[in-house]
Design a protein around this ligand. Sequence first.
Ligand code: AMP
Ligand code: GLY
Length: 426
Amino acid sequence: MKVLVLGGGGREHALCYMLSKSKDLQALYCIPGNGGISEIAHIPQGISLRDFEKIADFCIREKIDLVIPGPEEPLVNGIRDFLFSKGVVVFGPDRWASQLEGSKAFAKEIMKKAGVLTADFMVFDNYSEAKVYIEKRGTPLVIKADGLCAGKGVFVCDTLEEALKALHDIFVKKIFGDAGNQVVIEEKLEGEEASYIVITDGECFRALPTSQDHKRLLDHDQGPNTGGMGAYSPAPLVTPEIREKIEKNIIAPVLRVLKEEGHPYLGFLYAGLMIVQGEPYVLEFNCRLGDPEAQVILPRIENDFLDLIKNTLNGDLYKFDIKEKKQASLCVVMASEGYPGEYKKGVEIFGLERVKAFEDVIVFHAGTQRVDNRYFTSGGRVLGVTALGDTIPLAIEKAYQVVSLINFDGAQYRRDIAKKALKYLV
Ligand code: AMP
Ligand code: GLY
């Protein structure tokens, strides 16, 4: 099969890595790719991820059998519907179902219909009504811009002042443009977060290995939110009992509602959860794999990855079991100085060749560029150093050993990835 992956982050490198080991893969392409992906996939030049026409032309010309979008933006903008109309097969949800991530108000409505546990909420489309509500209700509360905001649209507010500022920024200053035409205001939940991702054909689903992300920039969950500074899998917080609740009370009813609405969900469905005293609550849905979750989840899957996707497309997922490796995995994200704010690009990365000798270590590239076999930074999150080990502590040790061998000016990373898991391991 000829496969095109869309995206250029660590998640897409992990996708390409898995596909490159699949027996039926004939040729692998990636748009726009990155320095690491360019070692294992062809990168067609001059095609932007936003130019659906050019992507379709490329797929038709190169006889691409399957397109796998990594990030949410093309899905929410309807890449599946567009390419489908041109006869190109896409593994991902259609535009309507992608609103699960594209509109927080839409996601809440679906959850309500499906009877899924989630924070109590109200939706507002104007500033003054929302302001009156907040003043009456008081804090703490969480304010979310409705649309896609590259992970920046959520404000957890402990004081009235913070809440009013967030509301003003969204509605009046329009810092997120039209993505802030509506806001969801919801109750603040206290608990521990986990990511639960399934692969589904809209009816049958199979859970991928569990994982936990680290969204804050600094150790001990301090500092600003980021796209994710590291992850590990499995997440011992998600016990078999909790898994059962997630599948029975969240995934199955949501898939049923989407199907009843005439849009059976195809692809990866990601539930961002808060586990509150043993009960999983949904914070958000994403219509794709997580990043950096994919970097720890995918290497733990033993199945032939392309086979898994092909069978899901053919309606044969029910015949499959996901085989999880016993080993644990851990990903430490190395980011540019200044991230998640402004950062420099074009800084040379050293030490990558030293890492090749390590067994069970994969350095997934995110914001990198390869020029004459030298590597340079080209984004905020630069590398996802991923290690597998027999236990989480062994994976931690190996990943950080490798991190210490790689360097670029201003590199920053968290030192405490997966420390949260240790309390469950005694
Ligand atoms: P979201 O994009 O909706 O997952 O929100 C981003 C982050 O904000 C989450 O990972 C949580 O850390 C936090 N958050 C979102 N909603 C809530 C909530 N209702 N209660 C507490 N924290 C939340
Ligand atoms: N790591 C969080 C996300 O992919 O949304």
